[in-house]
Design a protein around this ligand. Structure first.
Ligand SMILES: *[C@@H]1O[C@H](CO)[C@@H](O)[C@H](O)[C@H]1NC(C)=O
Ligand SMILES: *[C@@H]1O[C@H](CO)[C@@H](O)[C@H](O)[C@H]1NC(C)=O
Ligand SMILES: *[C@@H]1O[C@H](CO)[C@@H](O)[C@H](O)[C@H]1NC(C)=O
Ligand SMILES: *[C@@H]1O[C@H](CO)[C@@H](O)[C@H](O)[C@H]1NC(C)=O
Ligand SMILES: *[C@@H]1O[C@H](CO)[C@@H](O)[C@H](O)[C@H]1NC(C)=O
Ligand SMILES: *[C@@H]1O[C@H](CO)[C@@H](O)[C@H](O)[C@H]1NC(C)=O
Length: 353
């Protein structure tokens, strides 16, 4: 892989972290006659690498190269992890198959019964450092499909959405040398745009829409590497708390307007923090070691997980057992990490069904 590719991938890795909202929707063809269970039958997914299950192009994305996917499905699948990601656990909680990535629907137009995943790793509500569809464009894709008639109103009425977004907006802000003074206004504009997106998804007929509250960005290995994975960046975590506060207020306002709990906040900040705490509290249910140290990392600072040189030699190393690591690479949890996070989100996810 050339230097160019490597840089593209590094960008990807660094800025492909966040997913905000997820909504699920009922399946079109089957919901009218076969209502197997009371919950939603379809899940529509928007956002970034925390939710993407294979939309990033193979040519530019590390997620399509080893060692991604070694735990599940056993080979790279376009997921930014060793295995399953947030979307897979949310789908499983609802009791449906993980929705098909949008890029494949032209090859399997009949496989839309569980919904569609429109999330692209590296993206945000605004344009980031990757040239993949931002969240507005992802919703445009959804709207075009609805206009083409593939889902009935009734299908949409029994569907939910999941949104994971905004981490990459802040990654891009930093990379563009955004100032500390300008950050509060930028956070407000990110939350405003997110709010518009959530309303739009609901306006298209999706019954309930869940959006992530940002995880502690300052605890990602890309930040903690500076302290040998000992300390989270407090400045970054403070910005995250402000984002989450504004988002919480926006979601409450939206629910006031709809007069029902239509919009659900999935608090990744608390979920990540409690996963990290398990170690300190002696509750080793998931067996994590130092929860801040990633399983897969570059052999030196100029490399990262998944990088190989021109001759194909690996420039990364993988830990023995990803099941005892919380983080997989610089920004993404392992499957075990996502499983722990999903368990923490259970009571919030209950509002989906
Ligand atoms: C999203 O991407 C489209 C297409 O590139 C662009 O026109 C639009 O301005 C972007 N939207 C936002 C909110 O950044
Ligand atoms: C959506 O479903 C609810 C019941 O869950 C029903 O009361 C409502 O009329 C339905 N709306 C549409 C547009 O089908
Ligand atoms: C940001 O600042 C760094 C260091 O001053 C500089 O090298 C880089 O070119 C700047 N990036 C942008 C996008 O302005
Ligand atoms: C966000 O929206 C609110 C209300 O809609 C508005 O008052 C505020 O100026 C907006 N902020 C930004 C930064 O766009
Ligand atoms: C924390 O993050 C901020 C903003 O990205 C950065 O300017 C600062 O140097 C970081 N602090 C430490 C201790 O790494
Ligand atoms: C929601 O509505 C109630 C009563 O209508 C009001 O007291 C409350 O401030 C509203 N909350 C938000 C976040 O708008």
């Amino acid at each position: 892989m050339g230097k160019q590719d490597k840089h593209t991938m590094l960008f990807h890795l660094f800025f492909s972290v966040f997913v905000l909202l997820t909504a699920g929707i009922h399946v079109v063809q089957s919901s009218s006659y076969h209502h197997h269970r009371p919950g939603p039958s379809k899940l529509f997914v928007f956002g970034d690498s925390y939710a993407d299950t294979g939309n990033n192009p193979k040519s530019v994305s590390k997620s399509w190269h080893p060692p991604y996917g070694i735990t599940f499905p056993g080979q790279p699948s376009g997921r930014w992890s060793d295995g399953r990601v947030l979307t897979d656990y949310v789908a499983s909680f609802i009791g449906i198959k993980s929705p098909m990535p949008y890029r494949w629907i032209k090859f399997a137009p009949k496989s839309l019964s569980h919904g569609i995943n429109f999330a692209y790793g590296g993206t945000g509500v605004f344009d980031t450092l990757v040239s993949q569809p931002n969240m507005t464009t992802q919703i445009d894709f959804f709207q075009q499909l609805i206009n083409s008639g593939i889902y009935s109103k009734r299908d949409l009425n029994s569907s939910v959405a999941l949104v994971s977004v905004a981490g990459n907006d802040y990654g891009a802000y930093n990379a563009r040398n955004g100032t500390a003074q300008g950050l509060p206004a930028f956070i407000a504009s990110v939350v405003n745009q997110t709010t518009l997106n959530l309303k739009r998804i609901h306006g298209l007929g999706v019954k309930k829409v869940a959006v992530i509250a940002l995880l502690p960005l300052g605890c990602l290995p890309q930040s903690t590497v500076l302290s040998s994975y000992q300390q989270c960046n407090k400045t970054q975590n403070t910005a995250v708390r402000f984002h989450n506060l504004l988002l919480k207020q926006a979601v409450e306002k939206l629910n006031n307007e709809t007069k029902s709990p239509t919009f659900i906040l999935l608090d990744l900040n608390s979920a990540f923090m409690s996963a990290f705490d398990k170690k300190n509290s002696g509750n080793l249910k998931f067996g994590f070691g130092n929860p801040l140290k990633p399983c897969c990392m570059g052999i030196d600072a100029s490399n990262s997980c998944g990088i190989v040189d021109q001759s194909g030699a690996k420039k990364y190393k993988v830990c023995k057992n990803p099941k005892v690591a919380f983080f997989w690479d610089e920004v993404h949890p392992t499957q075990a990490g996502w499983q722990a996070v999903s368990l923490s989100l259970k009571s919030s996810l209950n509002q989906f069904v």
